[in-house]
Design a protein around this ligand. Structure first.
Ligand code: 5GP
Ligand code: MN
Length: 606
């Protein structure tokens, strides 16, 4: 929170900017329910009826018990208070602190109304296949236009294909209708959370009993590294004979004590995890396979535990988060949502072209969890089941990449507001970041994932070619500029996502750590040396991102030279031939040629 300004701003200019100042100086706060006719009549009335009915002397300017900012009562309270402040200013008797707090509250209410209003003015006519064209926008449009980050990208900052891919993959044409009620932040005081016993250090409580699963010693050894940022999931998968997902799932459900807490039957758990692995292996994808599932789950765990976000969550929320990560790409077909839509696949038909794969991942895994032999949820109460299911659905649906820009924007808006961050939104962003985290891991890991993903893209391109469909961006094995596309992916998608997540974690955890510190529950070392009140998050991803980006830059330069060389060679072979095809295959660079840089500084947190 910014420091209070030294001097209160001129109130008339504030009024003129944010509301309508009638001749009598009446400020009209608009809510979406106000019709135009109401607006006209209220702005012409000499004073607001609300203001008239509340006596000026009786209004308390304290800010402890104000209604939540996104409720109709908030507008009401604001109007009373602003009017009251106006009158008190005339008499020169408003304490600076009251003025500051009330103006800050009023600003938040207005921002909330503003977000509310603008979330309904989305353009529904845009075709997602077309890249967004930069156009001047009104400020109202800008707030919710998910494309604006893309339209800010200089046309020649990335190759057209990369831009097309960004537009096709990370934006959506359909209006993302906000489900009211779910967006609302939950208000819960830190003190209450602590009293309720949420601040329990349960992460490393581990029960050795209740387990029937035999874990090979080599696997056990590798599982010890699960808290590291650049955990080598490929090594685990080899040691685990291709069962990395099973062991990661098993290990984490034990680690967070969820097996005991939710009385998960171990043979059901075993069956559930094996069925998950079978589903991930169904389409033999180079990238969207069980190792990716294990990787994302381990990454989510790393973020929850290293940041200590897990302390903020209930057991049920931790359980839902781990399961959401485990299932998040279940039975992935190795093709994109757009491919499903373009080919009119069964899944596209079933889910009406909306979050096609994500809907399937969720639906198919809940089917498994409902089956008798894999029902890991059978000891949840009805309420727990409903909460668990709602959370898993929300989190996995939010891994739909076309929601990316909207998701970041929504979170940025929440960060600018004074109240708590909604848990579902927070956890969804954590899962989204984990899902795209490999460019923020050690180069050796990132490089391997890149090869696998590109191979999967190219296979889709091959199929598109066979079907006579246009080849999707990044899917043409002859033309795709791998290094450039990875730079674009890091710059426009991964980096901004991690930046917002970092801010979000700091916002959530600062008050929690402060409260914990006052109860001497957490040691001092997590606080910034200079500003003792600020919680400082360990961000191992930042270094990795920078290193990996540089490597791709070097690679891009090499690839460009290689293309030039080839072009020259072609020209010298066939004089006067006009090569209308100016792109050539840029092979994925050989891993072995590049020294592996270890940037896993995340071990041990701070
Ligand atoms: P998922 O499909 O795993 O749910 O979401 C991850 C998506 O992020 C991928 O489908 C792909 O669109 C994008 N993605 C992940 N890693 C990379 C990468 O290294 N390069 C590019 N270009 N896209 C990636
Ligand atoms: Mn994924």
């Amino acid at each position: 929170v910014a420091n209070p300004p030294d001097r209160a701003k001129d109130d008339s200019s504030v009024g003129a900017k944010n509301g309508q100042l009638s001749r009598a100086g009446s400020l009209t706060v608009l809510r979406r329910t106000n019709s135009k006719s109401k607006l006209a009549s209220s702005s012409s009335s000499r004073t607001s009826s609300i203001a008239e009915s509340d006596s000026y002397a009786s209004v308390d300017l304290g800010t402890d018990k104000l209604p939540p900012i996104d409720t109709p009562e908030a507008s009401h309270v604001c109007s009373i208070r602003l009017r009251n402040i106006l009158r008190r200013i005339q008499n020169g008797e408003v304490p600076k602190e009251d003025l500051y707090k009330n103006l800050e509250y009023a600003a938040s209410v207005l921002e909330s109304v503003y977000v509310d209003e603008t979330s309904t003015v989305k353009d529904t006519t845009k075709n997602s296949i077309e890249p967004p064209t930069p156009q001047p926008k009104s400020s109202k449009e800008r707030l919710t236009d998910e494309d604006d980050e893309l339209s800010e990208v200089e046309p020649d900052a990335v190759p057209t294909e990369v831009r097309d891919w960004l537009a096709l993959t990370f934006t959506r044409s359909m209006n993302n209708v906000r489900r009211r009620g779910q967006e609302k932040p939950k208000f819960r005081s830190v003190a209450h959370a602590i009293r309720a016993g949420i601040m329990v250090d349960r992460i490393y409580r581990r029960l050795s009993s209740s387990s029937t699963l035999h874990i090979p010693p080599a696997v056990l050894q590798l599982l010890k590294g699960m808290d590291d940022w650049s955990f080598d999931v490929f090594a685990l998968n080899s040691a685990a004979d291709g069962h990395s997902l099973k062991y990661v799932g098993y290990e984490l459900l034990q680690k967070y004590d969820l097996v005991t807490k939710y009385k998960i039957n171990s043979s059901m758990l075993d069956s559930f995890l094996l069925q998950l692995e079978a589903g991930y292996s169904k389409y033999k994808n180079p990238y969207h396979n069980l190792v990716h599932g294990a990787d994302v789950t381990q990454t989510v765990h790393n973020i929850l535990s290293q940041s200590k976000l897990a302390h903020w969550l209930t057991d049920l929320e931790v359980f839902a988060t781990i399961v959401a990560a485990l299932i998040h790409d279940f039975e992935h077909t190795g093709t994109t949502n757009n491919f499903h839509i373009q080919t009119g696949s069964e899944f596209a038909l079933l889910y009406n072209d909306k979050a096609v794969l994500e809907n399937h991942h969720i639906c198919a895994s809940f089917r498994i969890m409902r089956s008798e032999e894999s029902n890991i949820l059978n000891h949840l109460s009805r309420e727990e089941y409903r909460e668990f299911r709602a959370l898993v659905i929300e989190m996995v649906l939010a891994t739909d990449m076309s929601f990316h820009f909207q998701q970041l924007k929504n979170m940025k808006n929440l960060l600018g507001m004074p109240e708590n961050i909604d848990k579902q939104k927070a956890l969804s962003l954590v899962l989204h970041c984990a899902d795209i985290s490999h460019p923020a891991k050690d180069w050796s890991l990132h490089h391997r994932w890149t090869n696998q993903l590109l191979e999967e893209f190219f296979k889709q391109g091959d199929r598109e070619q066979e079907l006579g469909l246009p080849i999707s961006p990044l899917c043409d094995r002859e033309k795709t500029l791998v290094a450039e596309s990875q730079i674009g992916f890091i710059d426009f998608i991964v980096d901004p996502s991690f930046t917002v997540m970092t801010e979000m974690l700091e916002k959530i955890l600062t008050p929690l750590q402060k409260a914990a510190r006052s109860e001497e529950a957490i040691s001092e070392e997590v606080f910034d040396k200079s500003d003792k009140s600020k919680y400082v998050l360990s961000t191992p991803w930042a270094d990795c991102l920078a290193i990996n980006k540089n490597k791709w830059k070097e690679q891009a330069a090499k690839d460009a030279e290689e293309r030039k060389r080839k072009e020259a060679e072609e020209k010298s072979k066939v004089p006067n031939s006009n090569t209308n095809n100016n792109t050539t295959k840029a092979p994925v660079p050989a891993d072995k040629a590049t020294p592996v840089v270890n940037c896993s500084t995340g071990k041990g947190g701070n």
